[in-house]
Design a protein around this ligand. Structure first.
Ligand code: PSV
Ligand code: MN
Length: 425
């Protein structure tokens, strides 16, 4: 199923209310000398990758309730990303997870991506599960395993993932390790870290010169006592040990409660080492909830640092942006539309922060004014800007509304049937 521009245009209906809302906001913003056109362009240019595992229903260790019309093949998953992109004009990339989504027909996969205006962003390896037919098991770790042969198998898997990514046009590999321990004394922390560093260096050495390595961290889960790459500091250390094109990847759900993620972002960008970002939201841990559904102000503060870094840290590369969420009770596509909207909203609000005034207030130790500046931007209803950005690219005025009006899920069920199951966790 592919959504054409005409049906989206028809679903948009009258733009009368949008025009009135946009003009009102534009007039207000131009009073503070904001270049509204430039703002809309920045929003329109901001693209986020959708992971291939997020298009079907997610689950928990207590069960999974599948969603009707799920994509059963990689081609169908890319078609779903195409639907999201057609509506939101924000999801112009897909991030594959190997081996959940190994292409069987590269030409067909590339063709469907091209037709939908989708590019292949960072590609993800998986050494947290045993693969069917694998000689050795990752039960006790992969890149950090005590057994050299298991480490070699895990390194080779990463090289294989890079070879797959090369055929599709990806330029970065994301490594997330489940390696760790569930009980004190189970493993030497020092030896596990040393083995991980050695394995990461081997992965890095086998990558093409124009590829980046993104190292993701997480404090716990699936191991409950320790994780080898537990925090941004460990990831940063490993990235430095690997070389110039190795970076840290921040996943919003991979922090202990109340961590100051915006400060982590600022520190990494100042050092030119923030390479990738996984969006989601959480109340308790790595809950993988819809972006912005629980802590939208925290998301805004993080974006404020990201925007500052993008403007002031030329030493930091362009980031690989990706949604890393799971949908247990919602239609996955509706959930992703909500996440994309929340990301754009936080980004747009962060772009509104008057950086000059903030710097002046900081110099004057005017703490109250600092807060006023941040919250002034946060309180602005930026949705007319998002609408204008989408419309400028032929997208939907209201993506969720259009998705329902155009009966997209019903169409997918008609095409694929009710009982298809997508690969993934
Ligand atoms: C692990 O929790 C993670 O955040 C990694 O990015 C994985 O690749 C992804 O989720 C899917 O399990
Ligand atoms: Mn992640």
């Amino acid at each position: 199923m592919q959504l054409d521009k005409d049906s989206i245009l028809a679903a948009n209906g009258s733009l009368h209310n949008h025009e009135a809302d946009f003009n009102h906001l534009a007039e207000k913003l131009s009073r503070s000398h904001t270049d509204v056109e430039a703002l809309v362009k920045k929003i329109a240019d901001f693209q986020v990758a959708v992971p291939s595992w997020a298009l079907g229903a997610g689950g928990t260790r207590f069960g999974r309730f599948s969603f009707h019309g799920e994509p059963a093949t990689l081609e169908q998953k890319i078609a779903d990303v195409g639907i999201l992109h057609a509506l939101t004009q924000t999801a112009g990339a897909v991030s594959l997870h190997i081996p959940w989504d190994v292409p069987t027909d590269y030409a067909a996969v590339k063709q469907i991506a091209d037709q939908n205006g989708i590019v292949f962003d960072a590609i993800n390896s998986n050494t947290f599960q045993d693969q069917p037919g694998a000689k050795l098991s990752y039960k006790h770790g992969s890149l950090a395993n005590t057994d050299e042969a298991i480490r070699a198998q895990a390194v080779e898997h990463n090289h294989e993932v890079v070879r797959i990514g090369e055929k599709l046009g990806s330029k970065s590999l994301t490594v997330w390790l489940a390696d760790g321990t569930s009980f004190p004394g189970q493993r030497s922390f020092q030896k596990a870290l040393a083995q991980t560093e050695k394995s990461c260096k081997e992965i890095y050495a086998g990558m093409p010169d124009d590829w980046s390595l993104l190292i993701e961290y997480k404090p716990y889960e699936p191991n409950f006592y320790s994780t080898v790459i537990m925090d941004w500091g460990t990831s940063f250390m490993l990235a430095n040990a690997c070389g110039e094109r190795a970076y840290t990847l921040v996943d919003l759900g991979h922090h202990l409660p109340n961590s100051n993620i915006e400060q982590v972002v600022a520190t990494l960008m100042a050092k030119g080492k923030l390479g990738g970002f996984h969006f989601n939201d959480s109340k308790y841990g790595d809950d993988d909830l819809t972006v912005g559904s629980i802590k939208p102000y925290a998301l805004f503060l993080i974006f404020n640092e990201l925007v500052y870094g993008m403007e002031h840290n030329p030493q930091n590369p362009d980031l690989a942006w990706m949604i890393d969420a799971s949908h247990n009770v919602k239609d996955p596509l509706e959930d992703l539309i909500q996440s994309l909207e929340a990301i754009q909203e936080a980004y747009a609000k962060a772009l509104l922060v008057d950086q000059k005034a903030l710097a002046a207030a900081q110099l004057n130790h005017d703490v109250v004014q600092c807060q006023e500046i941040l919250q002034g931007a946060y309180r602005t209803d930026v949705r007319p800007l998002l609408e204008r950005a989408r419309l400028s690219r032929g997208g939907a005025l209201d993506p969720l509304g259009a998705y329902r009006t155009l009966r997209v899920r019903e169409g997918l069920i008609g095409e694929r049937g009710k009982h298809t199951v997508a690969t993934g966790l």
